[in-house]
Each structure stands twice: as C-alpha cells, then as structure tokens.
Design a protein around this ligand. Structure first.
Ligand code: ZN
Ligand code: ZN
Length: 684
C-alpha cells in the first residue's frame, strides 16, 4: 500500500498549506489497517486514528513529562500501548522529517522519571534499570522532577549517572545536591544552557522545579523568587549574546493560577529584562494536558503523564537574523494561532509583565496518544515495513528482557474487570475502592484475632492508578498500590467510637497537615475534567472526502470508519481541538480522602460492641486525634502492628489476587480489556 506520507513528502515543494487545519481528515481517504506488534509482546494497538497531520513551523517541539517509569507503555490499554523503543523510532523519524522540511525540532522532558511502574520501581534504587532505557532519547533539554529528590540514592543516581549522560542539556536551575567529595552543594545538572539550534535559532534555556520542600537532605531546592535574583541568573539575562527565544522548562504546572507553579515568577523576571523576546514554556507535575497563554509571545504546554501523552508544539514568525531554515515549510500545514486565549478577553492570564510590541508569532499545539498507530501516522514515510529502527527494536527488546529479569510479568491472578479511581462513582461497581474494600476484608487478618470484628481505615491516596482488566502481575502491584505502609491497630475499641474515625479524618485537617512523602509522591490530577464540545469538523459526511481532500491523495480510496474510543478530552487556552485523537469523555468523579472496610462482623446482622480498629501506620497520630475528638483517651502506647510491618499496602492486593476464586478462574490465560473508560465491568 502506498503511504499517504510518501505522497506528502513528494509534494513538499509544490503544495501549499491548507486553510482549515482542523477540517482536514486525510486519514479518511486511506485504509490504514495495520496489525503490527512491535510494542511489548503483550500490548495492544490503538484503533482510533489521529484527527489530522501535525502543523509544522519554524521551530517544533516534542515534549514528554512525568513518565514515571512507564517505558513499557500501557500493556493493558490500547490507546497507550507503544513502548520506549517505538518512541525512539518516532523521534528519529520526526527529526528526519524536520530536516526534510528545513526546520528545527527540539525534544524536551520535564522530569519525574520513577515511581509509577515496575520497570522503575522494582529495583533499588529505583530507576537503576529504567534510566538507562530512558537515555536512549537524545533530548535537547531536560529538567528534574520532585520524584528524583525524595530518596537520596535516587538523587545521587541522577547526579553521578543521568546528569553525566545528558551533560549541558540537563538543566536544574534551582536544584543542588550535596557532593560528599567536595563537601559542598553543587547543581545536579547545569543552571542554564545557551545554544543555537541546527537552523540557527539562538536560545537561552532554564529548568526550574516548583518550590518543592519534600526532598531528602541530600538536595537543596532554591525557591524561584530567590533564584531569579541570583547572580548567575541575572548574568544569563544580561548576557551580550543575542537571544532569539527563551526556552523555559520546568517540573512546574503551566497554569499560572495553580498556586504551586513558579513559572510566572521566572516569566516576570525574564520579561523585566527582555520585554519582547519570545518565551516558550514546557511544564509538568500536575499530570494533565494543558496549554496556557501568558502573553502574545509566550505560551506554555503541559503534556500529561505516564507515557499516555506526547506533546507537540510548533511555532513560526520568530525573528532571528541567524535562522537559515524555512519560515513556513511547504507540503504541511503551518501554525495559525496567535497567542490569544480563544475563550478569554485578554491575552494576559495572570499578573504578568507582558510584552509591549505586536507579535507575528503563530502557534499550534497537539496532545498525541502514546500508541504505534499515532506514531506511524505522524512519522514521515511511515509504512509499516520501515517504521521500526534497529535502535528502537533494541530498546523494545531490552525492555522485554528487563521486565523478565525483574519478574514483572509474574502472574498473581486475573483482574476480571476494570476498576478505576475516578471514572466511576465512589464505591460503585466500577470503583477501585469497591474491590479494595473486599480485598482488605479478606486479607487483613491476624490469625490470633481472626474472629474479632474489625474496621480497616485507609487513605484513598494509597492507590496510585486504576486496576485494569487482565493479568494482575508483580508489575501491577507497583502500578496500582506501590506504597509500603504497614497496618497498625488499637484493639477492642468501642464500635461507637471507632465508626467516628472515618468521618473525622475526612472532615478534619488531620491528613492534609500530615501528608507523608509517600502520599505526596502520588502527585495529583487524573483526567482533565473538561467537558468536550462538539467539534464542527467532527465526522463530516463521507461525501466530504470527494471534495478537495481527494485531490491531494491520488493513490487512495476507501474510507474506513474508525470508532471514537474513551480517552482524553481536553480544554485549554486554544480551545478543544488539542487532542490528536478524538475521544469520548471519561467521567471524573470526586473521591473522599479515606475509605473503610470491615470484617468478621456478627453474622446475625447486629453490630459488634467493640472492634479492632486498623489503620496505616503513618496516620496513627491522626487516628488518635480523631478518637480523642470523639471523647476517647487512647495514646500511642495503645497502638501496635496488626500484621508484621513487612505486610504493606503493596502486599494486600497480590494476596487477594492469589486467593479470590474469580481472579484465579482464568489463570494463566487472563482475558484482557481495552483500558480505563471502556465498559468492561464484570456482569457477575
Ligand atoms: Zn509526576
Ligand atoms: Zn511531580
């Protein structure tokens, strides 16, 4: 089959850009049925094609953030089935495409490389085997996330190994580490990077972590307000070298109204010296897809999390006397959007020092689903037989080997349906807390007290990711409930008192004040809770394909229907057309701070007089405060471990998977669902 991209490239110098980017659906002209499994052997491929080819400008970016160890891809979710080897190949192809179009492509990452999947978390320190796999991408600039700083051993792995791999491209403008050899704090990477792109754009770049305070004492995070007054930063701003563009990356929310974001502080400091130089921002940490307009020369992209999203940003209109590339590459669409919020009255998003000249800059942004179908679609010359590269295949097979070495595929049972954190109402049939309640009742049992009624209170934040239908493996034990908090208890608490603990914890300030590193490791955010608006260009009648579209795709002909699948539906400052693949919305329900299981209650339906009150060890003092608020006078001396402290929040779900009859029924041939948001709730 002739690839449409072969045609597009052949026509590079003869075709012009099309007027209505969002109305183009060349995919509808071509059958793109592919059945290739170069991802991890057990992964699935997506069935929904991207909405349209990407727009290319003078300078273009691919952006990853918050990958959290998901380099194997989402093996049980078809929308996110590509692995890091597929991404390696895709980056190679996109760099070639940039060369062919005579424009720049920069690849950027904004941190949080571990704590999320077995590939990173099953080693000690975690990231030991996943970081070298990650390093197969030749990023142009990267920065550090808060998850690189909780555990000193991980921080040192980044200092001694990761930062050396990337050299002056690893930017940690406000993060230092204690170097025991010199007895001083040193920057983990570099403070800034001044460089020229291959096509001659002169860039000053910074990498700024939000004002994070949960780090171990091996590192030091300098608050942004302090950093912008430091000599090196002011020197960088006042350099005599010409600067065509600032590239501000940060593990830092891009939405200025998010209180933790410090990007506005850095933005204002740059604007104070350079009122009219374009500033391009890439952020992360809140795990959402987002795009914010700061002023008419500044936009900021955030590209989700967990290898579900690959961010794309292109811009043109940049003034640079040294730029040797093409201003508006031909044969592809070009950016069309000025930096103006489509739904706002003013370009300024916050209390910003904004630029004071008119802007010729035009932008486009897109959030790509992390799957092979997407990568093949957007890669130049992406015929199946040529998509794979030897380097990509090596990375893929290295991931497979590493997963096997770490026993990540070791099977505990089959999750008979998908249970999620927020896509179903709390404690409904599809809610993960429903199955966890059942699992806790069955597995939190001290044999010497098995007959004694018990209440088990857990923080909902002890769960990190949805439990997806299919094999439940050692890997999934890290994905779903990775933390290692032990189970403590107070024996024989009057039931009337014990039942007051859960509502007191939910209502009180207790846990907010005592959020442990384990909990803050969860970061936050799930699906962007935006309601999709109907896209005018969505699903036009088939006759549309007989108009202008067919003229530029002479080789093709059959339209193949693709179904709309559940997934991201994003609203940002440019509107609702940012998602590269059109999805139906996944609901987003709120979840209280805590949930509770019980066990060994009287079989006659009456309530027990007393219970063993069981809770996670790190909230013991909060539980005591809650009990005291209810009129009881327990002390820490009344608290002890209910189970050995080696049995943790990471243990009970594997234990349940091994004993539940419905989880064992199909072992070892577990039926696999399609992913979160698909209706595969068990009927049983
Ligand atoms: Zn994160
Ligand atoms: Zn983070």
């Amino acid at each position: 089959m002739k690839s449409p991209f072969g045609i597009a490239l052949a026509g590079l110098f003869s075709t012009t850009a099309y007027a209505c980017e969002s109305c183009e659906h060349p995919e509808r002209d071509v059958v793109l049925t592919r059945n290739v499994r170069r991802m991890q052997p057990d992964a699935q491929n997506a069935s929904s094609l991207p909405r349209a080819p990407l727009s290319w400008g003078q300078v273009n970016f691919l952006h990853t953030t918050d990958t959290h160890g998901w380099l194997e891809g989402h093996i049980k979710e078809k929308n996110y089935g590509a692995d890091w080897g597929d991404f390696v190949t895709f980056v190679r192809d996109m760099r070639r495409k940039a060369d062919a179009l005579d424009v720049d492509l920069l690849v950027v990452d904004t941190g949080d490389l571990h704590d999320g999947a077995g590939l990173s978390d099953a080693t000690s320190p975690n990231g030991e085997l996943s970081n070298p796999i990650f390093e197969n991408i030749n990023y142009d600039v990267l920065t550090i996330g808060n998850h690189e700083l909780y555990v000193s051993a991980i921080t040192y792995e980044h200092f001694y190994n990761f930062s050396r791999h990337y050299g002056d491209r690893y930017l940690t403008s406000n993060v230092q580490v204690y170097n025991p050899n010199t007895s001083t704090y040193e920057y983990i990477g570099k403070t800034h990077r001044y460089f020229s792109t291959p096509k001659g754009i002169r860039i000053m770049s910074f990498g700024v972590l939000y004002d994070f305070t949960g780090n171990s004492n091996a590192s030091k995070v300098i608050p942004a307000a302090e950093m912008v007054n430091q000599t090196w930063f002011q020197d960088a701003l006042h350099t005599h070298e010409p600067i065509d563009m600032f590239l501000l990356i940060g593990h830092n929310p891009v939405r200025p109204s998010v209180s933790t974001s410090t990007l506005d502080t850095v933005f204002n400091a740059i604007r104070a010296v350079h009122p009219n130089v374009p500033i391009q921002i890439f952020g992360g940490h809140t795990h959402i897809r987002d795009f914010a307009v700061y002023d008419d020369k500044t936009t900021a992209l955030e590209s989700g999390r967990y290898c579900e999203t690959l961010g794309w940003l292109s811009m043109s209109g940049l003034n640079s006397s040294t730029y040797t590339g093409c201003a508006n590459p031909a044969g592809v669409t070009n950016p069309t959007m000025p930096a103006i919020k489509v739904n706002g009255s003013s370009t300024a998003t916050g209390n910003f020092t904004t630029s004071n000249t008119t802007s010729n800059l035009l932008y486009s942004r897109r959030y790509l689903d992390w799957n092979r179908l997407t990568f093949e679609y957007h890669a130049a010359g992406s015929q199946v037989s040529t998509f794979d590269s030897s380097k990509g295949l090596n990375v893929t097979s290295n991931i497979t080997t590493t997963r096997n070495e770490l026993n990540l595929t070791s099977l505990y049972g089959c999750a008979p349906q998908t249970w999620c954190i927020t896509c179903a109402p709390f404690l409904s049939n599809g809610s993960i807390y429903t199955i966890l309640t059942k699992a806790l009742s069955a597995t939190i049992v001290n044999d010497t007290r098995a007959d004694i009624s018990r209440l088990i209170v857990l923080n909902t934040g002890s769960v990190r990711f949805d439990l997806v239908k299919g094999p439940f493996t050692y890997d999934d034990s890290f994905i779903v409930s990775p933390f290692t908090d032990g189970f403590q208890y107070i024996p024989d608490v009057p039931y009337d008192l014990a039942v007051q603990v859960l509502p007191a914890l939910d209502a009180g300030p207790y846990e907010k004040r005592s959020v442990s590193p384990a909990l803050s490791r969860r970061d936050f955010g799930f699906y962007n809770p935006s309601i999709p608006e109907q896209d005018d260009c969505f699903d036009p009648p088939s006759t549309h394909a007989q108009g202008s579209l067919s003229k530029r795709s002479p080789g093709r002909i059959v339209r193949r229907e693709t179904t709309v699948t559940p997934g991201y539906t994003t609203t940002d400052d440019f509107g609702t057309d940012g998602d590269d693949t059109i999805h139906s919305a996944i609901p987003d329900y709120t979840v209280p701070d805590n949930f509770q299981a019980n066990a060994s209650f009287p079989t006659n339906g009456t309530l027990p007089d007393t219970v063993d009150l069981i809770f996670l060890d790190y909230i013991a003092t909060d539980v005591l405060t809650a009990l005291s608020g209810a009129g009881a006078s327990y002390t820490i001396d009344d608290v002890s471990y209910y189970l050995p402290n080696s049995f943790t929040t990471n243990s009970y779900l594997p234990a349940y998977a091994k004993q539940a009859a419905d989880w064992q029924a199909d072992v070892p041939n577990c039926p696999v669902g399609l992913g979160v948001g698909y209706n595969d709730t068990a009927t049983a």
